[in-house]
Design a protein around this ligand. Structure first.
Ligand SMILES: [Zn+2]
Length: 367
């Protein structure tokens, strides 16, 4: 199973940038997508012996890819950009869809489809210059035939980073978020939903929202189809480490911190990082209804606190937001508003001032 790797926790001086360098990747042998230069991404449609590609699907995917590109540009403050290429012909795989046995979550059948597609592509084009290949199954395939889209990560074995898009996950253009989620894995981000609960849902033993208890609507690695798909500042920082200039470390004795919303284009810090024991950190950030958070729910707005546990595996809650009401409620009430406070991880976080321009909060160690 993928685990996070904590590289090092360095100094935390008051009113200096967080020089905390923590990498979260699946493992050391993965070649993750990196910001800095445009990401070359190829969209390729595949057909199976018993499923033909649908010509009309192509324009839909072009629109979806634009939305995904926009999203990553916004969350990285312009650090990430994509060059999208649409492969002109369908890659016809010689087998039937059933032969791949690709219906289970995280199955190897999906990985096999990706490998076969890339082997076939290699005969036509040079794929080594690509950073990402999106393999799109025909819109006539069913969820029961190809499961949740999975990311297949470059392990240096000649297979390029790839995600497979099962029809259910892109047929509707609203589902560009699922595509963005899968690409998030190629950047090294972990699943934040409760994988165990997700498996119970498919057996009818838990209800849909239960799986999103850890991070609610705050991150699309948790709940891709939330109204305002977004990424917490921690995940943005994992993708693009230059965002460390937007994070300030908590220091004892320094009580007041000024923040702007994580979607703000204004200068200023966007988050406070509080180092905790046992490879854990707490992050504090402001979620306002601007940018990618434009449609964030009223109960989700405000200053949130969450704990990142670097030793927790993907799908087991490596990041968990603090909320005042039941973890399983859809309406979170996790955001602190003006005048409110919370004790979290032995720190009292209180909102002193909350305006459009800036948010001033105090953080005091209690224990
Ligand atoms: Zn995922």
């Amino acid at each position: 199973m993928p685990v996070a790797i904590a590289e090092e926790i360095l100094e935390c001086d008051p009113y200096k940038n967080a020089s905390v360098k923590l990498l979260r990747e699946y493992s050391d042998d993965i070649v993750n997508l990196k910001p800095g230069k445009p990401i070359n991404a190829l969209i390729v449609f595949v057909g199976f012996e018993d499923r033909k590609a649908v010509e009309a699907d192509r324009s839909k995917l072009t629109r979806i890819s634009k939305k995904v590109g926009n999203f990553y540009s916004q969350v990285s403050e312009g650090g990430i950009s994509f060059n999208w290429f649409l492969h002109p012909t369908t890659t016809q795989l010689g087998k039937s869809i059933a032969t791949y046995n690709a219906s289970a979550r995280g199955n190897i059948g999906s990985a096999q489809i990706i490998e076969d597609t890339q082997i076939s592509l290699r005969k036509e084009i040079d794929i080594d210059d690509l950073d990402l290949v999106l393999v799109v199954t025909p819109s006539t395939t069913l969820r029961s035939e190809v499961s949740n889209s999975i990311a297949y990560l470059d392990r240096g074995n000649g297979i390029v980073n790839s995600a497979i898009l099962a029809s259910d996950f892109w047929k509707s253009e609203v589902n560009w978020q699922i595509v963005a989620h899968e690409i998030g894995h190629a950047f090294g981000l972990l699943d934040l939903y409760n994988l165990e609960t997700a498996n119970l849902i498919s057996e009818g033993r838990a209800s849909y929202f239960d799986q999103f208890e850890f991070m609610k609507a705050y991150d699309l690695m948790n709940w891709p189809n939330a109204k305002s798909p977004s990424l917490v500042l921690w995940n943005r920082f994992q993708i693009d480490s230059t965002l460390s200039s937007r994070i300030i470390c908590f220091t004892d004795g320094v009580e007041k911190y000024r923040l702007v919303s994580i979607n703000s284009s204004k200068p200023g810090y966007k988050g406070v990082l509080v180092p905790l024991l046992n490879s854990r950190v707490m992050m504090i950030e402001v979620r306002d209804s601007i940018g990618v958070d434009a449609k964030i729910g009223k109960s989700d707005l405000g200053v949130i606190t969450y704990v990142v546990n670097l030793n927790t595996e993907s799908g087991k809650g490596p990041i968990r937001v603090d909320c005042s009401n039941a973890q399983k409620s859809k309406f979170s009430n996790c955001g602190l508003k003006a005048g409110q406070s919370r004790i979290a991880e032995g720190f009292k976080v209180a909102i002193e001032k909350y305006s459009k321009e800036e948010i001033i909060l105090s953080i005091v160690r209690k224990y």
